[in-house]
Each structure stands twice: as structure tokens, then as C-alpha cells.
Design a protein around this ligand. Structure first.
Ligand SMILES: Nc1ncnc2c1ncn2[C@@H]1O[C@H](COP(=O)(O)OP(=O)(O)O)[C@@H](O)[C@H]1O
Ligand SMILES: [Mg+2]
Length: 411
């Protein structure tokens, strides 16, 4: 903070007969004193030195804003005030440290020098709007040593006053650590999804190779048993037939679970057919009506994208079954410059923000893994849900240029 020392002379002046030079001296001193008072009032001066006859006395001014100055200078975040044309009027030491630039070179320079052309363009409208309300933006600050630092800038409008040309206040937070943690978390979530996929494959194989084979053998035996029992055995034969039927259903159920666990269904059927099979099976099993509208694909999409879409539909339908109490579900696959899958239900809905905050990671992995799959395939994932008004899951994944398709949709 700028510190200006002002001298106030406190000599006693004799007022009896004032000569013209003495009067001029008095006028100059009066102007000087008025200027000093003005500077004290407007906060331009931190310390006043009053010259006495023998020695000088130093007075430190601790105005109402002194505590704020101490706070701003001691905080880890960068704090700046800018004029309307983005000149830095004031910056704290933390900001100078962040951008690795001496404070005296920061103050008075343009804030734009610390931003890329792209970030400048994004910041520009926010700074204009900052006159009305505050906003936040993520940028990369250009640091003195040539590196770039991820940062969050909070923009706050400042009340204009007569002496200060500052119109915008900025608080700059170093996001390097937060970004690193975010990346680690993303890598971990991806690993969880990978492990989950591998585990599903293993379980599917076990079910198919062992349980289904075994069930089929038992089924054949129970059929033989039922055949061997003659009509005279009455109730025993009926039981044997019932048993064979139940075993048949069990084998089918195990095969269904195993099929759902295996992504190889995509290779056998293709994406649209796999989505259709999943939806039909869900509707038949749960009694919830599913309306499917799918664009016809003329080429296969990248394997990551197909798997992500297929798994997202499975997870979303699983949630409808477990949580939604819905009667109708709509599944829509569209192709524009990206592939877009939307799953809507008319169930009880939920508050996505509230749940995430309340469960603090103790909840299921469904929504998390859906988001991860979409993100990993280079896409975006959104959940819109309102209590009592159903849920919409939407994923958009960009397509490579040759993955074109007709826009025809089939119900
Ligand atoms: N379609 C839906 N309708 C109502 N609530 C839902 C729906 N999808 C998700 N939820 C809510 O979000 C929570 C988190 O879902 P998810 O991450 O899949 O975990 P899980 O299904 O294992 O609980 C669910 O417990 C449920 O409360
Ligand atoms: Mg779930």
C-alpha cells in the first residue's frame, strides 16, 4: 500500500502585523495543510510526520479501512482493483507472487497482459457486466517465467467514488492444486469404471461357462425325469414339470444377466439394435412403457462411444427401475455433429445437487460412472431432475467426421 509522509509544521505564528511575504507564506501553508487533510481523508496517506521545534513525531493513521488492508495483504488469493479500461490500480503481494512479476511492474500495467487472447475475449463481457453483479471465470494466467497457471477470477463491481477510479475488484485464486486433485479424481473414477467393466466381463464369463452350462444340464435331467414319470405318478409328475419350467426360467434369467454384463452384445448386434434390445427387455420385465426413437446409423461409431452409450442406457434404465417409480420412459438417439442420447422418465425425480452434497461419496456409482464414461469418450453428461417431475439424462459425444448417418428416426 502506498505510504506518503506529509510534513505538518506546527510553529506558532504571530498574527499582529502581517507583512505581504508572511501572508503569502501563510497562504501556502494553509493550502499545504488542506491538501494533507484531503489526502488523509481519502486514504492516500498512511503516516503523517509532524515536525516540532526539536524533533519530529510520526503518527500512523489507522482508519476504518486499515483492517481490510491488512487482511488483503495477508490473504493467499490475489486481490486487484482495475479501472474500467483494465489498468491495475492496485494489486496485493500475493498476486505479484502468482504471476512472478515485481509488484511495481504489476501496478499501473494492463490486466490483459496476464491473459491469452481467448481468455481476454471471455473476460471482456464479464467485466462489462460486472457493473451489475459479480461473476466467476476460469482462466490460464500468463506468468512471468513463461508458464501458465490455472486460476479462478471472481469479478466484483466496486462502488465508484470521487477520488478513486477503480471500478472493478478481482480476487484471483490459484487453481493448480485443485486442478491436480480434479485430474487425480478423474483418473481414479476412470480406473473404477475400467475395473468395473473388467469385472463384469469376468462375471459374465463365469455365469455363461459355469452356471448356464450347469443349469442346462439340470434342465435336461429334469426333462428326462418328467418324461420317465408316468401319468399315474400324478402330483410327482406335475412337480417335475413345474421344476423343469422354473429351471428354464432361471437359465434364461442367468443368460439375460450375463448378456447385459457383456459388451460383446454391441459387436453382435450393433449400437441401435443393442439399445433396442435393452429397452425392449426392460419394458417387458418391468412393465414400464419405453418409447424408442433412434437415428439409423450407416457406419459404426468408435468403440468407446458405443460402449459409453450402451452402458449409460443400462445404468439409466436401472435407476428408473430402482428409484423412479415411472410409468413411461423415452429413449432418443440423435445424430448431429455429435451423437446425443437422451433418456427421460416421468417418475418421482430427485435433486441432483442435494443428493451429491448430502451423500458425500457414500452413494452409488451409477451417475458417477455415466458421467465418467461420457467424459472419457470426449463428451458431456447432464442430469436434469426435479422432484415430482421426472428425470432427464443426456449425453453428447462428438463424432469423428466420417461417422455420418441419415437423420431418419424410427419409433
Ligand atoms: N431416474 C431417477 N429417478 C429418481 N431418482 C433417481 C433417478 N436416477 C437417480 N436417482 C437418485 O440418484 C441416486 C444416485 O443414483 P446412482 O448414482 O445411480 O446410485 P444408486 O442407483 O446405486 O443409488 C439414487 O439413489 C436416486 O436417489
Ligand atoms: Mg444406479
Amino acid at each position: 500500500m502506498k505510504q506518503t509522509l506529509k510534513r505538518l509544521k506546527t510553529e506558532k505564528l504571530k498574527f499582529q502585523r502581517v507583512s505581504v511575504p508572511a501572508f503569502q507564506l501563510l497562504t501556502t501553508r494553509l493550502a499545504d495543510a488542506e491538501e494533507t487533510l484531503r489526502a488523509i481523508r481519502t486514504g492516500e496517506v498512511d503516516t503523517v510526520m509532524v515536525a516540532g521545534k526539536e524533533d519530529s513525531q510520526v503518527f500512523t493513521l489507522e482508519g476504518a479501512d486499515h483492517a481490510y488492508r491488512v487482511l488483503i495483504e495477508s490473504m493467499n488469493e490475489g486481490a486487484l482493483t482495475l479501472t474500467a479500461d483494465k489498468v491495475i490500480l492496485y494489486a496485493n503481494q500475493s498476486f505479484a507472487r502468482m504471476v512472478k512479476c515485481p509488484l511495481e511492474q504489476v501496478m499501473g500495467s494492463s490486466f490483459r497482459r496476464f491473459l491469452s487472447a481467448e481468455d481476454r475475449a471471455t473476460l471482456q463481457p464479464l467485466l462489462k457486466r460486472a457493473g451489475k453483479s459479480g461473476s466467476k471465470i476460469q482462466v490460464f494466467l500468463h506468468v512471468g517465467d513463461g508458464s501458465k497457471m490455472p486460476a479462478q477470477i471472481s469479478i466484483r463491481p466496486l462502488a465508484m467514488n470521487g477520488f478513486n477510479r477503480a471500478t472493478i475488484g478481482l480476487v484471483v485464486t490459484d487453481m493448480t492444486e485443485a486442478r491436480r486433485t480434479e485430474e487425480q479424481l478423474r483418473a481414479l473414477t476412470h480406473r473404477v469404471v475400467q475395473v468395473q467393466e473388467a469385472e463384469r466381463g469376468r462375471v459374465a464369463l463365469e455365469l455363461h461357462d459355469n452356471i448356464t452350462q450347469l443349469l442346462c444340464a439340470i434342465l435336461v435331467r429334469s426333462q428326462t425325469l418328467a418324461d420317465k414319470l408316468s401319468a399315474r405318478d400324478g402330483s410327482a409328475k406335475r412337480e417335475a414339470i413345474k421344476l423343469r419350467k422354473m429351471l428354464g426360467q432361471t437359465a434364461e434369467e442367468v443368460e439375460r444377466i450375463s448378456r447385459n454384463l457383456r459388451p460383446s452384445v454391441l459387436d453382435q448386434l450393433g449400437l441401435v439394435a443393442a439399445l433396442r434390445a435393452t429397452s425392449t427387455e426392460f419394458a417387458e420385465r418391468t412393465g414400464v412403457s419405453v418409447k424408442l426413437a433412434c437415428a439409423q446409423l450407416t457406419v459404426r461409431l468408435p468403440a468407446d462411444t458405443e460402449l459409453a452409450l450402451y452402458r449409460i442406457l443400462q445404468e439409466a434404465l436401472g435407476n428408473v427401475e430402482k428409484h423412479a417409480r415411472a410409468r413411461h420412459v423415452t429413449v432418443r438417439l440423435r445424430l448431429r455433429t455429435c451423437v446425443q442420447l437422451a433418456i427421460n422418465d416421468d417418475g418421482i425425480g430427485f435433486d441432483p445437487e442435494h443428493r451429491a452434497a448430502r451423500r458425500k461419496g457414500k452413494g452409488g456409482l451409477g451417475l458417477l460412472s455415466m458421467r465418467e464414461r461420457a467424459t472419457y469418450a470426449g463428451g458431456a453428461f447432464t442430469v436434469k431432475s426435479i422432484r415430482g417431475a421426472g428425470t432427464e439424462i443426456e449425453v453428447r459425444i462428438p463424432l469423428p467426421p466420417r461417422a455420418t448417418a441419415s437423420s431418419a428416426e424410427r419409433g
